[in-house]
Write a protein of this length. Structure first.
Length: 256
């Protein structure tokens, strides 16, 4: 049974030349104007994206232009300069606070000597005045610490170790903690108590470092977890250096 001359040939052409993206047969048998070709075209290479034709759903999308976000990232040189600036400001600030603590402690000890030279005919009265003044300073230091920031009690080195280990102890790294540490250290050293300065100065340097990183100009340093960890490690070294005047000892302590 013969197929009508006009309709069958037309239907066969449409079925073979339909641009439905189902493989290379339709593209190889059909020319661009829809005419049937007897010789197939060169087979498509493996992995090659289909030809982008208008209305072809299998056509490969055009690559989107770069969004330009790489230009917003700070360069390594700028990151290094920011780190250097943070460390310089951190070191100077901690050393100024350590100098202030020493000067205030010397002034309180000078008052002790004034009291010691104010002798009375009774030895018991002199001993009571000498001990009473030191006990008053210790009690004042305890009351100030409890009122301003109870978390400032203790050395401060264990807290910094926990922070460097990844624990979140932001409540130990704030301005009230620094104020309580400074005032308490001044009063305790002035009272002649055998307290070390390296622990409190380490915990003083930590909040100063975090406060610097919160500045907008140091946002790129704060956004990097590695850089933030390095700054906190440097804060430990700065605290020990300000306490003993030993930079190499501070670096070894921070590494430890």
């Amino acid at each position: 049974m013969r197929t009508p001359a006009g309709g069958g040939r037309s239907d066969m052409k449409e079925s073979l030349c339909s641009d439905d993206g189902l493989g290379g047969m339709n593209e190889s048998l059909c020319s661009d104007d829809g005419r049937l070709e007897l010789e197939p075209r060169t087979p498509r290479a493996a992995g090659r994206a289909p030809v982008a034709r208008e209305g072809n759903p299998c056509a490969a999308p055009e690559p989107s232009p770069p969004d330009g976000n790489d230009d917003d990232e700070p360069s390594e040189l700028w990151q290094g300069l920011l780190m250097l600036l943070v460390l310089v400001v951190l070191g100077v600030s901690t050393c100024v606070i350590a100098w202030f603590i020493n000067q205030m402690a010397i002034a309180i000890q000078f008052l002790h000597r004034k009291v010691e030279f104010m002798t009375t005919p009774y030895f018991a009265t002199d001993c009571l005045a000498w001990a009473g003044m030191r006990a008053l300073l210790v009690l004042l230091a305890v009351k100030l610490t409890a009122a301003v920031s109870p978390r400032a009690a203790g050395s401060g080195i264990p807290e910094m170790k926990c922070i460097l280990a990844g624990l979140n102890l932001d409540q130990h790294m704030n301005l009230p903690t620094v104020v309580a540490k400074v005032l308490g250290l001044v009063l305790m050293i002035g009272a002649g108590m055998p307290v070390g300065r390296e622990g409190p100065l380490v915990q003083i340097a930590g909040p100063i470092a975090l406060a610097l990183l919160r500045r907008p100009m140091f946002a790129s340093v704060k956004n990097s977890e590695v850089r933030t960890h390095e700054v906190l490690g440097a804060a430990c070294a700065v605290g020990v250096t300000a306490a003993f005047g030993a930079p190499l000892g501070g670096v070894l302590f921070s590494i430890e």
